[in-house]
Design a protein around this ligand. Sequence first.
Ligand SMILES: [Zn+2]
Length: 374
Amino acid sequence: MQANNHLHKISPEKVVRGEKAWEEAKELIPSLCNKPLLLGRSNCTYEIRKSLSIELSSMGLNVVHEELNHDCCEIDLQRISSIAKHSFCDAIVASGGGKVLDAGKMIANRLNIPCITVPLSASTCAGWTALANIYSPKGSFIKDEILEKCPKLLIFDYSLVRKAPKRTLASGIADALAKWYEASISSGNSNDSLVQQAVQMARVLRDQLLIDSKTALQDPNSDAWIKVAEGCALTAGLIGGIGGAKCRTAAAHAVHNGLTQLDFKKKSLHGELVGYGILVQLRIEELLSKNQLALQTKKQLIDLLIDLDLPIDIQSLGLKSYKKKELEKACIFACRRNSEIHNLPFKVNENTLMEALLDANKLDLISSDKKSNR
Ligand SMILES: [Zn+2]
């Protein structure tokens, strides 16, 4: 018999998804609020947010606009929370990528008002979950925070998400793939039936991504695109909701968190670093458990990452410096106390991680012609 109780925050209260989801779902918003704060960030989503705002205003809502200046960081969270509070906003409509969605959820959580998420890419499952990552203003990961609840309403409008750059979908695929690689190793032996089922869902999602990702990226009007985009933005969130805290992240996200401590020439997306983190995790498994299955799995994964134009070697991550001294900072952060890396079933220290980080893609089985195509 299980000794402990488990609290799950499985999904948003309502999810509206489809080609014109916004058209249908916007009608639900006036019953949730009178004065929403519409949160966004990048210039490239400005026009979309402007049109959402015009439509909300035409339904009689008094819309307040704010933009993040940085990633989801404490300075922005405090500034915008204060504006929302003093303007008497009664909901947050977060419209953008993962960091905007996370910030919107956190502000709504702090003010105890509903959050409506409108993802403008399929780069993460942040529109779904009751979790948010907090970064420093320069983009270094600080911590993740568990929120009171999932969003009140998630609007996944294909026509809006399709406008996002290709790179965001590739990044979302890597992040969604990590669900299987991390949950299967951290929770694969769990006796908890919900955790077991969540891990199996992650496996089915991985298989679907292996089959459909290439077509999805090539043709945004294909059925494959819908399956893959929803897999990344919705199913990945559902897996986290069902599996709960026990269906945990492991080394792939720990590597991401460590790498964000470094300086970048060209900023990488969350999933681009997580994808490399999966390779590092598989390399750690090879080094420490001599797991031959990991070797096979890795070959399959590397082929997919190459197809999606995602980084498979450390030099492609966009870092300012690849000196060992610099990379050590990432390893120390990734191996700090309470890091997800310690969810692995064997002990990992900074030295093993450094070794895995430097030659994550090392695999005699990889055909050299495919590698040299990059
Ligand atoms: Zn992630």
